[in-house]
Each structure stands twice: as C-alpha cells, then as structure tokens.
Ligand binder design. Structure first.
Ligand code: XMP
Length: 513
C-alpha cells in the first residue's frame, strides 16, 4: 500500500530541504520535485497536498520559475510559502510588487498577528514571531481570498481561500525561528489535506525489505561498507532483506580511528551475511608514502579504494546488484550543484565499473539523515554506530598534515581517542556536530621533567553546524579543554603542545586538508 504523499515544488529557495524534513517529521511522506513538473506528472504522483517553496526571484521577472496554472484546478490543497505565496496570488488575480524600502519589505524575526479562525492557524496564539525574508509583497489579494495574518510593516502576511484549500504565507514556517511554524505545517497537513500520518520508519522498513526481496530474488548483492551511518544502515537493511545473498566489503585502509575497524566488524558479525574485511593498510600506506599534497592524498585513496574493491569483487564473481548508501540530500543536491570544487570528496560508495551490474540498489535514496538514524535503530544497530559523527572517506590521512607514516597515524589515533573520551565523559557530544584531532606537521620546543622536548603540535577541532556547508567552532568549556590537553601531553608520546582551532567555515573548512 502506498503512503499518502505531499509534493514540495521547488522554486529555488534555500530552505526547500527543510520544508520536506518538517513535513516528514509530521509523519507524512513528501518529496521535493522541480517546479517544471507537468500537470500529468503531478496527477500521476497523486499528492494529498502541494507546497510551493520560496525562491530568490520576483514572480513578475522575466524567466522566473512558474507553474502550469491548471495546478489550481486539480482540487488539491496548496500552501505557498514566500515566493510560492506570491506566485499563487499572481496567478489567481492578485498583485505582487516590490516593497518600497521603508514599507513592507521584511527580514528576520517579526512579530506577526494571526486570525486563528483560519484552519492554518488553528489552536495558535493570536500573536507570535515569524521568520521573514522577502522583498516583494502582495499589494492586492486575489478576490476569493481573505487576509488572515499581518505584521506592523506588511498588511498581507497570510492569505487563504479555505473553500479551495489554498493558503499562502510570506514568512517561512519551516525555519525554527518561526515560533509555531511546525504547528502550522501540521495544521495544513492534518486540518486541510486530511493526512493520516502513515509515514513511520517501522512501516518504511517493512515495505523496503519486501521490495528489496521482490527485486533481488535469488541474486547476489554487493555493498561497500565504510562504517559510516549511511552505509551501515543500508547494510543492515539489506541483511534483513536478503541475508547471505549480501556481501559487504569493508576496506580497512589503516586510516580509521582507534578500534573503529573492530567496532564495525563486531556490529555486523551477528547478521547472516558475507562480511569481508580487507586489511589493506600496507597497500594504502605504500601508495601514500612521501605524499603530502592534500588533493594528491585524496585522489590516491579514492583510486586505491576502487582497486581493492575490484579485486574483491572479482573473487566473488557474477554479482547482480551493487548497493549504495546514497541518501536524499545527495539526490536533491546533485540536481543543482554547480559549486566550485574545494576538495574532491572521496565517497566510499564510488562506483567501480568493473562488473556489469544488472542494477544499482539505493534503499536510503529517499531518506534524510535523521530518518536514516531512526531506521538504523529500528534495525537494531548499536547506538554508537547510529549516532556516529561524519568521518571523511580518506580518514586520518587528511588529519595528518604533510606526509603520512604509520607512526604518525598511531600518535594521532591515541590523541583523538582521548579527545573523544573526554568529550563523552563531560556529556558534551550532543552540543557539537563533529570533533576530532589533527596532527600538525609542526614541532616545537617544550620542557618535560627536567629535559627539553622537541615534539609535535596537535590541533583540536570541534564544530557546530546543521549542514556541514558552513560551521562555527564549538565553545568547549575551558576546563574540558584543559583536561584533554593535560591527558594528551601526558599519555601520548611525541606530542608536547595542544592548540584549539577557533576558525569558522568559511573561511576555513572543517577538515584541515
Ligand atoms: P570540509 O572539510 O569540506 O568538510 O569543510 C565538510 C564535511 O565533509 C566531510 N568530508 C568528507 N566526507 N569524503 C567524505 O565522505 C571526503 O573526502 C570528505 N572530506 C571532508 C568532513 O569530515 C565534514 O563533515
């Protein structure tokens, strides 16, 4: 049975993914699709509601994103957000103009007043804060609509035509700064669209297991397992679905954190699957010997990974399906990503072309990261795997600055372990999104006991971020930093100085290389 679904039509706004996440948090399935979707495609998709996202353009500007106006004749409720609201007004007989500088243009947190008779605002206070970001505004509201929200600067913040199920808001309900934004989306879904709340991870898990079984039959599936959250959850799902028809190849490149390889292996031991751990440390280290340029390191590791994977794949032979842990943000971003390459990311799921696979299976393709974690829990993966912070494919190779040796990797592993251990003891894991140590290639003079030392400087890095595209350095309490510093210089030979990285991204990046 198919879940009820909501269609989020993308007009290029910066919060589009967030809208989809918020809808799913209300237990309603939704997908983000391009605004150019045709009426027939929309009908075939059969949504219970449609949400128009915001966007950077003006609805009257040449070339601005539009929809087929027949969308308003489908009998499906529509919620327009910001640009989406203006677009709806524009098509249905309203008027949208550029706000004059001192009138209705708004940016930031804005006290807003609501008519709580409107179903969108049912059960909400009559005044609350919303997040605005608009230069245009509706000078005239379409005829069948009534005004249901306003602010001091803008008389037309919210409109509705309840008979047809059309609602529009100038602010962004999906952003946390809008106090009751989630409740408004909930109202749209449940009060207007008739949502039943049938999107749960337990159901999703059972449905995907069935569909994987139906597709794979008695074929063989190969999965590259990195130990990261996405590939681990994909592995666990496939393990449930096809058991020992699945082979997971875990390439331990010797660039993992302390005990990480053993942890990954232990987590998958209980499943009835073929698990191959390839200890390829020597292979990787010899290829990396003497290389210090960051991009060169990344390329060597990416290439070598594929070679190891190829070698193992050949041993298994006649594999029908290749499985990957691709998740929904990767799918959405790959459609529009024209950004400059800052670092060439090496994804362990990179596609080798050595075997003629019948098909690629991507069982997490429609899930957000938090949904992937929930699914992982449903499948019984241990919490430390499910909540694992991101770890780059090239591993510690890009956290040892300069050339890489086994000795330097061991020093870094110990220091990084102590840092993570102290963060856990201080119960600070939930306050930061990624934290790790970097072994700089710099040595400096110190004094220990009565003697001179000339050892490495270790850098600690910890960031808070929601999307990893921008980040701030985490304000770790001084006493915790102090404990980490004292322990590392005492317990790890060859380190005599600790520094804490206090740069945000941009201008720095999260990793040092
Ligand atoms: P940067 O250093 O670019 O990192 O600010 C952003 C996020 O991406 C992770 N990262 C990688 N992940 N393969 C990955 O799978 C890579 O090559 C890679 N390089 C960086 C980084 O840890 C951070 O979370």
């Amino acid at each position: 049975m198919q879940n009820q679904r909501v269609l989020v039509l993308d007009f290029g706004g910066q919060y589009n993914q967030l809208i989809a996440r918020r809808v799913r948090e209300c237990n309603v399935y939704c997908e983000v699709k391009p605004h150019s979707m045709t009426i027939d495609e929309i009908k075939a998709y059969d949504p219970i509601g449609i949400i128009f996202t915001g966007g950077p353009q003006s609805v009257y500007a040449a070339g601005s994103p539009q929809v087929d106006p027949k969308i308003f004749e489908l009998g499906i409720p529509v919620l327009g957000i910001c640009y989406g609201c203006q677009l709806m007004a524009h098509y249905l007989g309203g008027e949208v103009t550029a706000a004059q500088s001192d009138t209705a243009r708004e940016y930031g947190k804005t006290p807003t007043f609501f008519d709580t008779d409107c179903r969108l605002f049912k059960g909400l206070p009559e005044e609350s804060v919303t997040w605005m970001s608009h230069g245009d505004y509706m000078a005239k509201v379409p005829e069948s609509f009534r005004l249901v929200a306003h602010s001091a600067a803008c008389p037309t913040v919210g409109i509705c035509d309840e008979a047809r199920g059309f609602y529009g808001v100038q602010f962004h309900p999906e952003v946390n700064h809008t106090e009751y934004g989630q409740k408004m989306l909930h109202n749209f879904l449940y009060e207007v669209c008739g949502a039943k709340g049938d999107w749960t991870m337990g159901d999703y898990m059972r449905a995907s297991i069935e569909s994987i079984r139906a597709k794979v039959g008695d074929g063989k599936v190969l999965l590259a397992l990195s130990g990261g959250v996405d590939s681990s959850v994909a592995a666990a799902l496939l393990a449930e679905a096809v058991g020992n028809q699945l082979t997971c190849i875990f390439v331990d490149h010797g660039l993992m954190r302390k005990d990480e390889g053993d942890e990954v292996e232990a987590a998958f031991k209980n499943w009835d699957i073929n698990f191959i751990r390839v200890n390829a440390q020597d292979r990787f280290l010899s290829k990396l010997a003497g290389v210090s340029e960051p991009e060169a390191k990344r390329k060597i590791i990416g290439e070598e990974f594929i070679r190891v994977f190829e070698d193992e794949g050949k041993k298994i032979g006649s594999v029908d399906y290749l499985a990957q842990g691709t998740i929904y943000p990767d799918v959405i971003e790959s459609g529009t990503n024209v950004a400059a390459v800052i670092k060439s990311h090496h994804n362990v799921g990179g596609l080798p072309d050595f075997v003629d696979f019948k098909e690629i299976i991507e069982p997490l393709r429609l899930l957000f990261k938090d949904e992937v974690r929930t699914l992982g829990r449903e499948l019984g993966l241990p919490e430390y795997l499910v909540m694992r912070q991101p770890f780059p494919g090239p591993g510690l190779a890009i956290r040892v600055i300069g050339d890489i040796t086994k000795e330097k990797l061991d020093i870094l592993r110990e220091a990084d372990f102590i840092f993570r251990d102290e963060i856990a003891k201080a119960h600070l894991e939930g306050t930061m999104n990624q934290y790790f140590a970097v072994l700089t290639n710099m040595r400096s003079v110190g004094v220990m006991g009565d003697g001179r030392t000339y050892d490495y400087t270790l850098a600690l890095r910890s960031v808070t971020t929601t999307d990893f595209m921008t980040a701030d350095w985490a304000r770790i309490p001084y006493d915790v930093l102090d404990k980490v510093s004292v322990r590392i210089v005492n317990e790890v030979k060859d380190i005599n100085r600790i520094v804490y990285d206090i740069t945000s991204k941009p201008p720095a990046t999260i990793e040092w290389e």
